[in-house]
Design a protein around this ligand. Structure first.
Ligand code: RB5
Length: 146
């Protein structure tokens, strides 16, 4: 898959751990920064990662900040983005199956690299279930357009 990945300083170390793992699994990774642990604003990196998805360059985006919360809140303000904050494998499966999330957020200060790899793998393996879930997504889109 083509995967955009972006992080603020709180998610930088986790991003750096995920990139070689994803590449070793055969995925193409677009690294949208940040490039160090110097303080930056997670809003900017939510936008950079999501833009790659919205421009058609990536199949989905992985967004990392300290907790995964701030960057997911910012991402969900971008039209067309459904970002699921994923602290567990179960939630990673559900955000694809039910919410057809096109971005997932991870906490670099709260989630180990090993768990993060399992979370990303679970998200990628899961499939959107459609049906009543599509109806709810259509309503989310309608909310965006109000
Ligand atoms: C940055 O210190 C931290 O606030 C950020 O990474 C994130 O955890 C916010 O939700």
């Amino acid at each position: 898959m083509k995967i955009a990945i972006a992080a603020d300083h709180g998610g930088y170390t986790l991003k750096q751990a995920l990139i070689p793992y994803l590449e070793s699994e055969g995925h193409t990774v677009i690294d949208c920064g940040t490039d160090s642990e110097d303080s930056v604003d997670y809003t900017d990196f939510a936008e950079k990662g999501c833009r790659e998805y919205l421009d058609g360059n990536a199949d989905f985006a992985i967004l990392c900040c300290g907790t995964g919360v701030g960057i997911s809140i910012a991402a969900n303000k971008i039209k067309g983005i459904r970002c699921g904050m994923c602290p567990s494998v179960q939630i990673a499966e559900l955000v694809k199956q039910h919410n057809n999330a096109n971005a997932i957020a991870l906490g670099g200060r709260t989630t180990s690299p090993q768990l993060a790899k399992e979370i990303v793998d679970a998200y990628m393996k899961a499939e959107f279930m459609g049906g009543r879930h599509q109806r709810r997504i259509d309503k989310i889109t309608a909310l965006e357009n109000k």
